[in-house]
Ligand binder design. Structure first.
Ligand code: SF4
Ligand code: SF4
Length: 132
């Protein structure tokens, strides 16, 4: 099933332009780990403590996340102002292009509410599996 998901992921993202959407950047504060903090702070020329104070908060699951939605770094034309150093969570979203697709089924179901690509991927998976 993971190989099928990978194939469908590629096809769906061929048709969807994330710069026309940006729903993830406007509605889901991404997790930011300590490695992300060091990389982004350096890029912005800020001390890590200042970056955390200005841009991050601890959420209800005790994860460090961006403290604002839409994201502080969502720029003109829905471009990410820190694209080259963006958090790992942003690079990996929506987690449908790896061979662990089936490990994250619950997450994918939640993401159908935010991400049109995930919605189409699950729909096409369902169609393909129903056809056998
Ligand atoms: S850091 Fe960039 S990619 Fe991540 S949510 Fe913010 S604008 Fe989007
Ligand atoms: S919500 Fe999905 S389709 Fe929209 S920008 Fe994010 S990854 Fe792309």
């Amino acid at each position: 099933m993971n190989a099928l998901a990978e194939e469908i992921h590629v096809n769906v993202f061929d048709r969807i332009d994330c710069l026309e959407c940006a729903n993830c950047c406007t509605s889901i504060p991404p997790m930011v780990n300590e490695t992300d903090v060091r990389r982004i702070s350096k890029y912005l020329g800020l001390k890590t403590s200042k970056f955390k104070e200005q841009y991050l908060r601890i959420d209800e699951d005790q994860d460090m996340v961006m403290n604002q939605s839409p994201c502080h770094f969502l720029g003109d034309g829905n471009m990410c102002d820190i694209y080259d150093v963006r958090p790992k969570a942003c690079r990996q979203y929506p987690h449908t292009d790896n061979y662990e697709f089936t490990k994250h089924l619950k997450l994918h179901l939640t993401n159908t509410r935010y991400c049109p690509a995930v919605f189409h991927i699950l729909e096409e998976m369902n169609d393909a599996l129903s056809r056998g």
